[in-house]
Design a protein around this ligand. Sequence first.
Ligand code: NDP
Ligand code: PMR
Length: 378
Amino acid sequence: MLVLRFALLLFLHAEGWKWMNNIKAPSFSRMQKGSKFGDKKLVVITGTSSGLGKAATKALLRANEYHVIGAVRDLEKMKIVAELEGFDMDRFTPMHLDLASFESVKTFAENLDKFRGDRPIDRLVCNAAVYQPTLAYPKWTVDGHEQQLQINYLSQFLLTSKVMPMMTDSSDARVVMIGSVTGNDNTVGGGGVYPIADLKELDGLELGCKKPIAMMDGYNFNGAKMYKDTKLALMMTSNMLHERFHRSTGIAFSSIYPGCIAESPLFREKRPWFRKYFPIFMKYITGGFVGEEEAGTRLFQVLHDPKCTKSGVYWSWNGGPREGRGLEAMEKGGQIVGAGGAGGGWESIYENDQSDKVLNKDLVQKLWQTTNEVTGAQ
Ligand code: NDP
Ligand code: PMR
């Protein structure tokens, strides 16, 4: 056993892997009950003040088995949202995190480590994102990266590297990346609508992807493509984490496509006509529409359902346009019954195919290495 452990350590070292340096052997004290969290599992979600993150938090609080840490950029907004939504503040803790700054990610991780005390983090959801399709020129973060790139991808990567060591004592740890059909080009929604997600040879990221280089592929800035590229990169990262760490840590890594939440504030920078007609188009033409609440129950399922302990999966759901069916379909104990209508509810989850780009092992390896360098995660 000792020899095996030594071999594993050597292997990780040879791979240049430092993320898990902080891993401690499961300690007795960490497994003891009776902390301020009682028997609740600890869930960290980025971006709980809006859209999918907010709806999933509602579902988690309703299930009564979780304490949710909402990692948000605007604590004042979060307070108001929590009050309006009636969050139980005994089981919800907002914590400041601005994903547009690596320093903020590091500070958040330190605060989280103190806050959890002797308890492991059981779930991490990389959910927060911005979509800036109409910009003629990129906007930059304090670290000199294009905003969508850092908020949607680089910082969530760094965050994962900081939080994973806090998860290894959990008996049911899950890391979920919010991907999208628009980052996965093997469908009409992803491969048929320009611009198409494509990291090419990652020439931009290899050069550091700092002002004036915005795009990971090194080509000219395109805001809509940038967003899609970040979704592609997150899904690739989920696969890499699965390959590298699922066996050794037991953590389940997955990505999801929650459906097209066409009425969410994600589209705040789109023109008013688009915001008006996009939900109609998605409901009645493509059938890809999903209401915020139901999208929240989908994410909740991946965090709660025992079958979603499977690692290396890209989860999606079958069924046509649905709205307003979500929490009301849940039973008291957090079980979701058929949400009514064909294809609705938990039974409609399935393991979706991932595009060749998402599965491209050489590129995934290159993405892994370059992102580690750019973020300083190792
Ligand atoms: P929202 O805009 O409603 O939610 C995004 C969240 O990210 C907000 O809470 C926002 O905070 C937060 N956020 C933005 N910037 C930062 C930052 N710098 N630091 C910390 N938090 C930040 O969008 P959705 O709920 O629709 O999107 C959630 C996820 O789902 C995203 O990853 C998106 O890519 C994905 N997705 C969405 C789809 C859709 O159709 N809407 C389809 C497929 C995937 P604040 O409340 O302060 O604005
Ligand atoms: Mg798309 C046929 C299926 C389908 C699906 C599932 C989506 C999802 N979209 C589909 C089709 C089409 N879309 C078609 C045929 C068109 C051309 C009319 C189209 C257009 C379109 C636009 C302009 N779609 C969009 C946009 C956006 O600005 C959204 C986007 O790309 O944001 C990055 C978007 C989306 N379509 C989707 C989904 C899920 C989105 C939201 C994107 C996301 O968050 O990943």
